[in-house]
Design a protein around this ligand. Structure first.
Ligand SMILES: [Fe+2]
Length: 149
């Protein structure tokens, strides 16, 4: 998994105000084509993600949050019912996680993920085959439909 510290792209202003910055994409907007188009990345990064960060910063400037990391803000906002902060912080985190979960060139899983795939599916190839079956069936998961594991 890629470095999640990009989620905590924090800058402190002179007045100690917490400000998050839109992290850059870890690749070019055309680098994931033809799977994801440049237009899709530009919409989700340049518009959605940017708006979540901008709105979060505005909401944080109106409230007194002592947390410094995005993950802490998500937890605190969830626990306190601060929905606007929670939604925008969580969506900013989700988008960063999504960007870091993809790469222009396929990378074989390693470590814990490789072990989990091996134990659950037997191999990466079997996972791919089951995923393809699931995608064709229009389902989010093929585990119950194609496997008794
Ligand atoms: Fe999006």
């Amino acid at each position: 998994m890629a470095d999640q510290s990009r989620n905590a792209a924090i800058a402190q202003s002179d007045v100690e105000r917490l400000v998050f910055e839109l992290p850059p994409l870890p690749y070019g907007t055309k680098d994931l084509e033809p799977v994801l188009s440049a237009e899709t990345l530009e919409i989700h990064h340049g518009k959605h993600h940017a708006r979540y960060v901008e709105t979060l910063n505005r909401l944080l400037s109106e409230q007194n949050f002592s947390a410094q990391r995005l993950e802490e803000i998500i937890r605190i906002a969830h626990g306190s019912g601060t929905k606007g902060v929670f939604n925008n912080a969580a969506q900013a985190w989700n988008h960063s996680f999504f960007w870091e979960s993809m790469a222009p060139k396929a990378v074989k899983p390693s470590g814990l993920l490789a072990s989990a795939i091996s134990s659950e599916f037997g191999s990466l190839e079997t996972l791919g085959e089951e995923r393809a079956i699931s995608d064709r069936a229009g389902s989010g998961s093929s585990r119950s439909a194609t496997s008794s594991r």
